[in-house]
Design a protein around this ligand. Sequence first.
Ligand SMILES: NC(=O)c1ccc[n+]([C@@H]2O[C@H](COP(=O)([O-])OP(=O)(O)OC[C@H]3O[C@@H](n4cnc5c(N)ncnc54)[C@H](O)[C@@H]3O)[C@@H](O)[C@H]2O)c1
Length: 271
Amino acid sequence: MKTVVITGSARGFGLCQAKKFKESGFNVVISDINENNLQSALKALQAIRPQDTKALSVVCDVTNPQDLQELWDSAAQAFGTVDIWINNAGVNSPDKPVCELTGKEIAFILDVDLKGTVYGSRVAFAGMRAQGHGQIYNVEGYGSNDAMMTGLTMYGTAKRAVTFFTRSLAKESQDLTGGQVKVCRLTPGIMITDFITHANGDATRIELPEKTKKVYNILGDYPETIVDYVVPRMIANEKNDADIVWLTNARAFSRFLTAGFKKRDFFGDKK
Ligand SMILES: NC(=O)c1ccc[n+]([C@@H]2O[C@H](COP(=O)([O-])OP(=O)(O)OC[C@H]3O[C@@H](n4cnc5c(N)ncnc54)[C@H](O)[C@@H]3O)[C@@H](O)[C@H]2O)c1
């Protein structure tokens, strides 16, 4: 029986991945800073394949390296090995240019989105190197491919750095483990989750401009759709430095081409 650990998985993309992995026969360890959501997420997971898979929840703040070590230790103690570790926890930027962000807001984004991924990867890499195998996935986002937009500079800075970090760690893994530990990227595209309308944890609400909603209606998807595509590919992956991509250029192009015929409305605006 294989085991997956996912950070920031009490809701959204992380929870959807956890459900899909459990449906696929994995033991699943979810973790988050939001304890209430974590409890209800655990209940939902325990109802999936209860006869042959298990779920565990661990409170973990990815900005705290000690929490991440305890997350690895809890998973390894419960299930023996960790086969896949996904650094999924992430926060959005308030929709403001850098000159209007406070130092605290900037630090918060970099701490969770970049340092959280670095700390999580470090713990998982050490554990997987010792056990002799495993896959680490770091979640990319806006900016990973050098896209730029006012209001998303700090988020994009963090995600661009996550991409560099992940590729460079894959190179280290090639040197240190001969690629036995696979360090990979997961590129989900635009997902209709609480993330797109919240910043500063959930403390700040983001009002999406009409222009943005239009793009999201064309390119966005619910995370349930995306995990059906990415999770089987992560499970089957045998390559170090792989990138599992949902919103490829071809898919985006085809969405724009067919947007006139296939009207989608995630925001309930087109009554
Ligand atoms: N939604 C999108 O359009 C989109 C697009 C590309 C990439 N992503 C990335 O996908 C990942 C998941 O996003 P989502 O849309 O499911 O967001 P979400 O806001 O729905 O879920 C994020 C989860 O992370 C948790 N979290 C936040 N800070 C944490 C911390 N310090 N420690 C542990 N957990 C923490 C939250 O409590 C929440 O449960 C993020 O890395 C995000 O950057 C999202």
